[in-house]
Design a binder for this molecule. Sequence first.
Ligand SMILES: C[S@@+](CC[C@H](N)C(=O)[O-])C[C@H]1O[C@@H](n2cnc3c(N)ncnc32)[C@H](O)[C@@H]1O
Length: 258
Amino acid sequence: MRWGRVELLGLIHLGELCLSIQEGREAACKKLACMKLPITLFLLLAASLMAQPAPEASPNHSRQHSHRFGDTERWVKAWESPERDAQQQPDEVIRRLEIKSGQVVADIGAGSGYFARRFATAVGPTGEVLAVDIEPGLLEYIRHRAEQEGQANLTTVLASETDPKLAPRSVDLVFVCNTIHHFDDRPAYIQLMKSALRPGGRVVVVDYRPEAVLEHGPPAWMRLPAATISSELESAGLATEILEFLPVQYVVIGKLRP
Ligand SMILES: C[S@@+](CC[C@H](N)C(=O)[O-])C[C@H]1O[C@@H](n2cnc3c(N)ncnc32)[C@H](O)[C@@H]1O
């Protein structure tokens, strides 16, 4: 349990009050008066120790949902690690989404572009992929790599924490991988994603199951069950389906109703 300043000051005053009562009652009050200063100092020391900030839930995630990824080099290394592919199965995820050539895909929370680059291949030169993120460093990495790899249909969008900055009715697929648990106001954000969809468009959420045992990734308290995401997408008016083929993640598809 952590104590606020008001409670701590109250504790100090309580200690002093007890001493005063004691002093009034006992003949040995002079002895106790000598103890008053050390006891007050002890209480102050205890107060300062208890007032230390609570430790973070994990080294990478504080006890809040929004979370910054400013260290580009560190996060690119983590998200692009070859070991990720076996668990993430990006090609299988994209195959199941049945992306068509010429479609427009927005990858929100694109990170290093791990999925965005693959979407850019799937939609082909007549399609477009918008890599959306709030970290300028990561977007710079995506731009540089797309240029190097000749992916002219991959562009970047600098979003704010509450708005992906997508034009209304402009995309066929909004894809959100390992990111939706960072949104503070999901219903509002889901509305923005929905309003960016073209007729027949889909919002696809890939995220970690709360019960999955992870070596890396968000702590269990931060993860959201597939049923929660599904019901939030349904509340926004989308028709949902849950796919369970990945080892530690689910895929929720929310389709715009005709
Ligand atoms: C755990 S990473 C996932 C990256 C990528 N989707 C992947 O699977 O490799 C989360 C990403 O979401 C971004 N992000 C966090 N909050 C965001 C927000 N409110 N809007 C857009 N992007 C956000 C972070 O900057 C980070 O790049």
